[in-house]
Write a protein that binds this ligand. Structure first.
Ligand code: NAP
Length: 345
């Protein structure tokens, strides 16, 4: 089901000129984006944020059979939102796997969320079964898409999706530590009293307790943070506690997190569809590119564009290597347990 929009202003903005020999032709760089788990909290807010990308011409709200009425309602409300802001995109809903065909990006937000007091890894086995089935469906119907996993524990679920989709490593990504990195950037900007765009920083490793801030790669206005006099008094541990506990501070109050993840997801989608080649910290399969540590899906800096993710082989400080190795070992162990249990199911 869907509602079709028109309008040449947006279509011209989305167009690119390419040359066939000497003949210029106009190509529309527009994309279909599917959200699996669109009936949930993260899925429905993601649908709204992603619809703000000028490259999205069709949004597919996908859910499991029996959820048609909910998805219909969400699609209609979203259509009204498009109408109110003059968006030209189409919105459709479906519970039929064939409708995933032609998607450029498939975002997976299906999954049990953690409850107050739970660790993300407590969700691993239950969500792995769900993600494995979804991934093999995406592999069958949208094998050329970028498969983008949000479900927690996101690093482990990215590995499950990679295995069960049969897609290439550059095509399968997870939200990883991107939102954590953005949170750190915000705290640093506040501390140094500068605009957030002046700060470049990263958190790598697990999206969870063993994440590692890269102070060695943190700059303000292009200057290494360690060369600034205020660095001496920077409350590093307090800032990292705030970053790490951000989700745990929200969940007891409202039961879910969705604004932060939804906008972080839009950044990733916009980077891919805009072919921007930005360096973002997301979860992908790393073999041994970083200090010979790898064989796992985990958050590291990658260059992202329409062809997918490419790991950046960064050099870390001694303590960062140690932290990263611990984080990788932890996630590799959980991933192996989860994959073994899935094989036995
Ligand atoms: P939610 O509101 O409970 O929604 C769960 C979604 O999963 C619904 O669409 C639900 O569909 C679907 N689902 C549940 N069981 C299913 C099954 N057996 N088969 C297929 N679909 C099923 O949860 P949420 O708050 O949106 O969170 C969704 C996931 O995102 C969780 O794993 C959460 O931890 C994760 N998350 C990740 C991040 C991150 O930074 N990576 C941030 C926030 C949340 P029905 O409507 O049919 O039940």
């Amino acid at each position: 089901m869907g509602v079709r929009g028109g309008g040449w202003d947006v279509r011209i903005r989305q167009a690119r000129i390419v040359y066939l020999g000497y003949v210029p032709i106009l190509v529309y760089v527009m994309a279909k984006v599917a959200i699996i788990g669109a009936s949930g909290n993260v899925g429905r807010y993601t649908a709204l944020t992603v619809s703000h990308s000028p490259y999205v011409s069709e949004l597919l709200l996908f859910g499991r059979p029996g959820k048609e009425e909910v998805l219909h309602g969400l699609a209609s409300d979203l259509h009204d939102s498009f109408a109110a802001r003059g968006s030209q995109a189409d919105v459709r809903y479906s519970c039929n796997e064939e409708d995933l065909e032609g998607s450029s990006i498939v975002i997976v937000t299906s999954g049990v969320p953690r409850k107050d007091g739970q660790d993300r890894n407590d969700l691993a086995h239950e969500n792995a079964r769900m993600v494995s089935e979804i991934a093999s469906m995406v592999g069958r119907y949208a094998p050329n898409a970028i498969l983008f996993i949000i479900t927690n524990p996101v690093d482990v679920m990215t590995a499950v999706a990679l295995k069960y989709s049969g897609m290439k490593p550059n095509q399968v990504i997870g939200l990883g530590t991107h939102l954590d990195s953005m949170r750190l950037k915000w705290y640093i900007a506040k501390y140094f009293d500068v605009h957030v765009s002046e700060v470049h920083t990263r958190i790598i490793g697990e999206h969870g307790d063993s994440m590692v801030p890269l102070w060695s790669a943190t700059t303000i206005g292009g200057i290494s943070i360690r060369n600034l006099p205020e660095f001496e008094d920077l409350p590093e541990q307090k800032i990292m506690d705030d970053v790490m506990n951000a989700g745990s501070n929200i969940i007891p109050r409202i039961g879910v997190t969705f604004y932060g993840p939804g906008d972080a997801i839009l950044t990733i989608v916009g980077t891919i569809l805009g072919n921007e080649k930005r360096i973002l910290t997301i979860s992908t399969f790393i073999k041994s590119e970083i200090h010979n540590i790898g064989d796992v899906c985990i958050g590291t800096p990658v260059r992202l564009d329409r062809s997918g993710a490419k790991t950046i082989a960064i050099t870390l400080s001694v303590s960062e290597v140690e932290g990263f190795r611990k984080s990788v070992d932890k996630i590799r162990t959980i991933t192996q347990e989860v994959l073994l249990r899935l094989e036995g199911d």
